[in-house]
Design a binder for this molecule. Structure first.
Ligand SMILES: [Zn+2]
Length: 373
């Protein structure tokens, strides 16, 4: 598969328009959209060890969550880590792609992966903690000759149409008769100039998110056999799907703050967690992978008894205690790393002929050293 095809598959569920930092730097950072990719390495961060791992595995592409190039580069030199890694990656013809805050809020993103890894809820009654986008939808109706329905359906679903919840390829088809008369200058797929045609056609209807409607229509036109394609794009007023940061979950059984902390250590494989506050009867929680200090108030005002996140400093932790909210800081790395397996699972189901690997390198920049050691 080409880089471009892999990027399209990722951005079908994590479009760059989902990014909620205005200066986020998602997309292909190094490389060539036309490169053929046989192996992909997935990591949170690009480090020297991760790059070496990619080279030794023979990967031509690295997908990271944190963008390796974030702010403007002033130089590319071997005496600094950015220059050295970029030079090495370019020499090894490795493509580097980043999906950061667009992956945070995606359906296969950081918070969904964290929720699944924690195994605290039954997957029902999940709410978005901080909605960042209200997705609008269109209905796309295409009139297709009967023999070409499969080809057109395949093209629009590959471009992202027809996704409803956990279902893909959602369409409705009605058989009917299309009519047309090719005029002078036409090059008709069926029939001849000046002869009225009656053709067995199918009206193929599907749902398309607003942000990808242009992509889907152009993919449809490429696959459709007619010179002039008949199609309708209709705005829908269906309830929009909320997309955003963090999730609110209801636990299957109530837990104490200490019990919840031990469960998190066990499930996420971290050495320790920081626990701010104590609680005896935690039933409703918020989760926010990565840095989640900013959602402490939101978690409290949504009636949560606890928040699981990372990067909580002294004063923010103190504020949570004052609010009566238990905050468990399991670390930025450990609350985000489950997304790597989730992304691999998604890609393995969508791409053919390209192998994917999750890095074996722990890129957490610190270690906990405790008194007992
Ligand atoms: Zn992060």
């Amino acid at each position: 598969m080409k880089v471009q095809e892999i990027v399209q598959i990722i951005e079908r569920v994590a479009p760059r328009s989902y990014a909620f930092y205005p200066d986020d730097n998602n997309g292909l950072l190094v490389g060539d959209f036309t490169s053929e990719i046989s192996k992909v390495l997935i990591a949170l961060d690009l480090t020297e060890d991760v790059l070496e791992e990619a080279i030794s595995l023979g990967c031509e592409m690295i997908i990271t969550h944190h963008p390796f190039i974030f702010k403007g580069l002033k130089n590319v030199r071997m005496d600094n880590v950015h220059g050295r890694l970029l030079t090495k990656a370019i020499r090894a013809e490795i493509n580097i792609y980043a999906c950061h805050t667009n992956l945070d809020v995606s359906k296969i993103g950081v918070n969904e992966a964290l929720r699944k890894k924690l195994e605290l809820d039954n997957g029902l009654n999940i709410k978005i903690l901080q909605p960042t986008i209200d997705e609008k939808y269109y209905k796309l109706a295409i009139y297709v000759p009967q023999g070409d329905v499969e080809k057109v359906l395949d093209s629009i679903t590959k471009a992202g149409a027809g996704h409803v919840g956990n279902y893909s390829h959602c369409t409705f088809q009605t058989k009917g008769t299309g009519t047309f008369t090719p005029l002078d200058g036409a090059n008709p797929y069926i029939g001849n100039v000046s002869e009225m045609q009656y053709v067995d056609e199918v009206k193929l209807e599907s749902i398309v998110p607003e942000k990808i409607i242009n992509r889907v229509v152009s993919a449809m036109k490429k696959a459709h056999p007619y010179e002039e394609v008949a199609y309708d794009v209709l705005p829908l007023v269906n309830e929009s799907e909320s997309i955003g940061l963090g999730q609110i979950l209801v636990l299957e059984r109530s837990m104490t703050s200490e019990g919840l902390a031990k469960h998190i250590i066990d499930r996420l494989g971290c050495e320790a967690v920081k626990v701010f506050g104590t609680a005896e009867n935690i039933k409703k929680i918020a989760i926010c992978g990565g840095s989640g200090s900013s959602v402490i108030h939101l978690a409290k005002y949504n009636g949560c008894q606890a928040l699981i996140t990372g990067d909580v400093d002294y004063h923010k932790g103190q504020m949570a205690v004052d609010l009566g909210l238990t905050v468990i800081d399991a670390g930025h790395y450990y609350t985000e790393v489950p997304v790597l397996e989730e992304l691999k699972r998604y890609l393995d189901g969508e791409i053919k002929g390209t192998e994917t690997f999750v890095t074996n390198i722990n890129t957490c920049p610190y270690k906990i050293v405790s008194k007992q050691l």
